[in-house]
Design a protein around this ligand. Structure first.
Ligand SMILES: Cc1cc2nc3c(=O)[nH]c(=O)nc-3n(C[C@H](O)[C@H](O)[C@H](O)COP(=O)(O)OP(=O)(O)OC[C@H]3O[C@@H](n4cnc5c(N)ncnc54)[C@H](O)[C@@H]3O)c2cc1C
Length: 412
């Protein structure tokens, strides 16, 4: 396997042009922390972006940071945290779930587009990407908002690059919006609700005027030994419905009181604050109950996006049918499902349930032989698939970038 470690955008152009000339597809990696997601690729050349790791510009007063794509996410989070700022979309750290040592790079964060619990209020990764420099599958550099390769003019490139899993272009530099960290956070805890009632409680909270920035439900089984971040909460052994409020201290406290009153029909809510609350939401964001090193570490894990009102019904059925376990985020709109090992990872059941409500499911964790036989990303309807392919081909006509990552049909 050739690894081509590039130093700048010019190097990337050269590597991509050589790949086109040699008809040799490239696997694009930052730290390779998300290599386990998607289909294994039949490439034998790796384009390694990890040396493009500089912070180009950080202007805290302007709420903007410009970074080379290989900048380590951990370092960037520390950098902006020192100025009391954050990425509002709350990027998830896939390392515990996938069992990888590295947290990953900024490029990988954008390419995967995996936003955390605050997505329901702050939007997804794509909404915080202000601009990018990238190299297309033609081997040409382009940037959003300015000079654009003629073949790809007309698209909202930031919206496309987030979630493209490296199939459209090689990002070399990105500009992201940062936001001030809230002064305080308060999380209300409701205990002992079943999934359906918890779904209703989350819907009530999200429909309230109290600006809820996280709504999740952890069933009893999420408290199996080995889950970090739950602290004393783990000892209680009851399902936990959690609702987060953020902002200036007086406002967060006041809204927590009002929300507690609103939720009284669902039980008496208790409160955790600041550090304990942050640890709990990191546990939800990174799906720590299903961590690779935990009790369910050997089980495949699905990420199912569906209308929030359908969440409990789908999650309950899947858990019952398969003997698996589920965690709900986004008020029920995001279901993490860890299902007992099976050759097809229970794909027909998962896809049937997701399709029934117009949702979709991605197999985030599974052994390579399972990912060879099962579609990792949700199969698209034929019209959408044809459109996606036209978009992809307009960026990378020779399919030299991450060929086969998204679809089982594409072989190197
Ligand atoms: C050329 C190309 C082809 C692709 N083919 C496929 C494919 O066949 N199957 C596939 O699953 N993925 C495919 N993807 C990947 C898909 O586009 C990404 O998974 C998605 O963009 C994830 O990024 P996100 O920022 O939207 O993630 P998130 O914002 O976290 O959203 C996760 C998913 O939820 C969906 N979503 C977000 N908000 C809503 C909402 N309000 N209502 C309904 N759905 C919502 C998004 O479409 C997204 O897929 C393809 C990408 C490209 C570039």
């Amino acid at each position: 396997m050739d690894t081509l470690k590039v130093r700048d955008a010019k190097d990337v152009e050269e590597v991509v042009r050589a790949a086109i000339a040699n008809e040799q597809p490239l696997e694009i990696i930052g730290h390779g922390s998300k290599r386990g997601i998607g289909h294994a690729m039949a490439t034998n050349a790796v384009l390694d972006l990890s040396a493009l790791n500089a912070v180009t510009a950080y202007e805290p007063n302007e709420l903007i940071v410009t970074l080379q794509a290989g900048a380590p996410l951990a370092d960037v989070l520390s950098l902006i945290d020192a100025k009391n700022q954050q990425f509002a979309f709350e990027p998830m750290n896939t390392a515990p779930l996938l069992g990888t040592p590295a947290l990953g790079t900024i490029g990988g964060m954008i390419a995967a587009g995996l936003a955390g619990p605050r997505r329901i209020r702050a939007g997804g990764a794509r909404d915080h990407l202000l601009g990018a420099h990238a190299v297309s599958g033609f081997g040409d550099s382009f940037k959003t908002g300015g000079k654009v390769v003629k073949n790809v003019t007309g698209y909202d490139l930031c919206k496309l690059l987030a979630g493209s899993w490296g199939t459209l272009s090689v990002m070399t530099e990105v500009t992201l919006k940062v936001m001030p960290k809230p002064e305080a956070e308060r999380t209300l805890l409701l205990r002992g609700l079943d999934d359906a009632v918890a779904n209703k409680a989350m819907t009530a909270a999200l429909g309230s005027p109290f600006d809820v920035s996280g709504a999740a439900h952890l069933p009893k089984s999420a408290f199996l030994a080995g889950t970090d971040g739950l602290g004393d909460l783990a000892g209680q052994g009851e399902p936990l419905t959690v609702l987060r409020l953020e902002g200036i201290t007086a406002s967060a406290a006041h809204r927590a009181d009002s929300l507690r009153e609103l939720l009284a029909p669902f039980g008496t809510a208790t409160l955790i604050e600041d550090a304990a609350s942050a640890a709990l939401w990191a546990t939800v964001r990174d799906v720590l109950p299903f961590a690779a090193g935990g009790a369910l570490g050997g089980w495949p894990v699905w990420r199912i996006v569906c209308p929030p009102a359908s969440g409990a019904a789908i999650g309950t059925l899947l858990a019952r049918e398969t003997g698996g376990d589920v965690i709900y985020d986004w008020g029920g709109g995001l279901i993490w499902a860890a299902l007992p090992p099976k050759d097809d990872a229970h794909a027909p059941a998962v896809r049937m349930r997701a399709n029934a409500v117009g949702g979709h499911a991605t197999l985030i964790r599974a052994a390579e032989d399972v990912r060879r036989d099962v579609d990792v990303f949700h199969p698209q309807a034929s019209g959408i698939a044809a459109l996606s392919e036209r978009v992809r081909a307009s960026f990378d006509p020779k399919t030299v970038l991450n060929r086969g990552r998204l679809s089982r049909g594409a072989v190197a």
